[in-house]
Design a protein around this ligand. Structure first.
Ligand SMILES: [Zn+2]
Length: 61
């Protein structure tokens, strides 16, 4: 297990499910109250930015 510097605020890169805007959200806490939502459209739904926006039929590399 790796120790991370406590001074660094952990941010998750996410993508808005509504408009597709990529933004970061604070990972600390992880509660809905701490979730700022999309800065562009305000939509609270998001997906990890590392996940392709389109669902692929079948396994593609
Ligand atoms: Zn959005």
């Amino acid at each position: 297990m790796t120790h991370s510097p406590s001074n660094v605020i952990h941010l998750d890169r996410v993508r808005c499910l509504e408009c597709g805007t990529k933004y970061v959200k604070p990972a600390a806490g992880g509660t809905m109250n701490e979730n700022p939502g999309c800065p562009r459209c305000g939509y609270a739904g998001w997906i990890d930015a590392g996940i392709p926006p389109r669902r692929s039929a079948g396994k593609a590399s």
